[in-house]
Design a binder for this molecule. Structure first.
Ligand SMILES: Nc1ncnc2c1ncn2[C@@H]1O[C@H](COP(=O)(O)OP(=O)(O)OP(=O)(O)O)[C@@H](O)[C@H]1O
Ligand SMILES: [Mg+2]
Length: 244
């Protein structure tokens, strides 16, 4: 069994004081493994990410990374703990160049990256070749698929221990989506722990080591990949609590 990196224990959270969007959510992400989180629109999947990343403070429960509480951590401090987020919405600065977007998170952290920034940047351009010719372009002028490449290259450059990836394939043509899923596999193979959310449930199940189903803010089913194979449609309908 791999090392446990992230652990949520009975986390309740919400945007308004008296409305809980997440109710007693418990889940874990291990190093080198993909943990899939699936659920209907509005179930609270992105809220899980926002709570881990410190945009929302949990009302109760524990969030630990590497055995230490990260509840209420400032979002810009996450990377100092080794946590990176590729959010559902873009995290790029549209008026900055691709290169500036990629290097910005590394600046001011020279100690952590110990003089390896140039070599690492060149390596990232090899892994994400479309960025080579676009390095001087404004990020906002890139296509949706190219912007995703910048997001993943930015995360790769930061060498996080864990990456939270919310709806990476949304709006992408199937061939580009396959490229995105291949990068995620590369990330996990490098030893990163991945929390993966995507509407392509079949794909998430295929590439996840563990899967959690979120329905109306509660985890209603969890298990290994083998538990979620078979007649996926029927099972997922049951897990999501849909009776049709
Ligand atoms: N900033 C906000 N303020 C108030 N309520 C919000 C906010 N963001 C989300 N919500 C509500 O919280 C609930 C969960 O939303 P969330 O975005 O986490 O769902 P999701 O599972 O990620 O959905 P999707 O599959 O559409 O991305 C929804 O009822 C949503 O309307
Ligand atoms: Mg979402």
């Amino acid at each position: 069994m791999h090392e446990r990196l992230l652990e949520l224990d009975n986390v309740t959270a919400g945007y308004a004081q008296d409305i809980d969007v997440l109710r007693e959510v418990s889940l874990a992400v291990r190093a080198g493994e993909v943990s899939g989180l699936i659920g209907l629109n509005g179930a609270g999947k992105s809220t899980v990410v926002k709570t881990i990343c410190g945009f929302l403070a949990p009302k109760s429960g524990r969030i630990e990374f590497d055995g230490q509480s990260i509840a209420g951590i400032e979002p810009h401090r996450l990377i100092d703990r080794g946590i990176c987020c590729i959010p559902q919405e873009s995290s790029l600065f549209p008026y900055l160049s691709v290169e500036e977007n990629l290097l910005l998170p590394l600046q001011g952290r020279a100690k952590r990256f110990a003089g390896a920034i140039d070599a690492r940047y060149e390596e990232a351009l090899e892994i994400f070749p479309a960025l080579k010719e676009k390095r001087r372009a404004q990020a906002g002028d890139l296509s949706g698929g190219q912007q995703k490449q910048v997001e993943f290259a930015k995360a790769w450059l930061q060498r996080p221990r864990m990456c939270l990836i919310d709806e990476p394939s949304i709006g992408l043509a199937p061939i580009l989506a396959e490229g995105v899923f291949a990068w995620i596999e590369k990330f996990a193979q490098s030893g990163m722990g991945i929390l993966l959310i995507d509407h392509n449930v079949r794909r998430v199940v295929r590439m996840s080591d563990t899967i959690n189903v979120l329905s109306l803010g509660r985890i209603t089913a969890s298990g290994g990949r083998e538990d979620f194979q078979g007649d996926l449609h029927e099972q997922v309908r049951q897990w999501l609590g849909l009776d049709f």
